[in-house]
Design a protein. Structure first.
Ligand SMILES: Cc1cc2nc3c(=O)[nH]c(=O)nc-3n(C[C@H](O)[C@H](O)[C@H](O)COP(=O)(O)O)c2cc1C
Length: 320
């Protein structure tokens, strides 16, 4: 049973599995591994450092001739960076977190698939208005930054709103059951982050991978504390989901106070730069429950697809 969907058709890929463009994690090697396995690998362009993105794209191009893409934080993107990357021939550009309006036309005019990640219905409507080819509906279960909606009701609501554009479900999907559920909700595939964060090709450090393998979804929470502590200029409407740590527990709910406490901020940053493991931010989603190994990314794609096929077969009517 092959999982062909409107998304696989549009993107020209074999499987409905997309690597989330995780900043600091999804470099060229990870994106190439996912594309080579038949999914769509997206480099995590993050805050759009053009030189870094170009290096990663060069690495990727050495390793795959399959379709690939790159994702940016819209609020940090600039036109020259976008144009510099479009010259490198991505199949897709994904924009997340912020108004895609100023950049959508440039992507579409280049004939590149415009993928927009949304966290609520207003953003979904805006994605359609600016011409998104694919909409990623991200639930709050997701690792990293995002909104407040939950994957289960949010995905079908976005599917209905943006039809006929295909939707990718994101947030909490880490095995074949999650991929099958996404397809059952009407999505054309899944965009997967945390599961690939704990892969052989991920750029995050071994202490982060270990925390993900050992952690549980119960220990994750969405908060603005770590961005304030790290001095990240993230828009406040997108708090980040990470594993808890003592600093987060101490300051949760007291973000305004933390922003003014120079001693606490300096102490935290010094601890992080000295590699104190109890302070390292571990951006990860509720799906850490389902992660207990660190395979090559290509194996993860195969496990997601084979697992989903198995679930869907088991649900098919007898003799059907
Ligand atoms: C470590 C990490 C970093 C992330 N960085 C980005 C990013 O730079 N840009 C982006 O659009 N999404 C980012 N995300 C969110 C993903 O795009 C995606 O919505 C999320 O990973 C899906 O949920 P999951 O982690 O449960 O699979 C990040 C997620 C993680 C776990």
């Amino acid at each position: 049973m092959a999982l062909h969907t409107a998304f696989t058709e549009l993107a020209g890929v074999q499987h409905p599995v997309v690597l989330a463009p995780m900043g600091g994690c999804a470099g060229g090697a990870l994106a190439a591994a996912v594309s080579n396995a038949g999914g769509l690998g997206l480099v995590g362009g993050g805050r759009a450092d053009l030189e870094w993105c170009q290096e990663q794209v060069s690495l990727l191009a050495e390793r795959t001739d399959r379709p690939w893409g790159i994702g940016f934080l819209t609020w940090a993107l600039s036109q020259p960076t976008l144009e510099g990357i479009l010259e490198r021939g991505p199949a897709a550009v994904m924009l997340s977190f912020g108004d895609p309006g100023p950049f959508a036309g440039t992507v579409l005019q280049a004939g590149v698939l415009l993928v927009i990640q949304v966290t609520d219905l207003e953003e979904a409507r805006r994605a359609v208005d600016v011409g998104a080819d694919v909409v990623v509906a991200q639930g709050t279960e997701a690792g990293g930054h995002g909104g407040r909606r939950s994957t289960l009701p949010f995905v079908p609501a976005v599917v209905d709103m943006v039809a006929p554009a295909p939707v990718l479900a994101a947030g909490g999907i880490a095995d074949g059951r999650g991929l099958a559920a996404a397809l059952a909700l009407g999505a054309g595939g899944a965009l997967v982050g945390t599961r690939f964060e704990a892969s052989q090709e991920s750029l995050v450090g071994p202490e982060v991978v270990k925390a993900i393998v050992e952690g549980t979804g119960d220990e994750t929470l969405r908060s603005g504390v770590l961005d304030i502590a790290l001095g990240n200029s993230w828009p406040a409407r997108y708090p980040g989901r990470s594993l808890r740590n003592p600093f987060l527990d101490q300051w949760r709910g007291r973000e305004d106070e933390l922003a003014l406490d120079q001693e606490a901020l300096t102490g935290y940053r010094a601890g992080v730069s000295h590699g104190d493991p109890s302070l390292q931010p571990v951006w990860a989603g509720e799906a850490v429950d389902l992660i207990d190994d660190v395979p090559p990314a290509g194996d993860i794609v195969a496990q997601l697809v084979q697992g989903a096929e198995q679930v869907l077969r088991s649900l098919a009517p007898a003799g059907g």
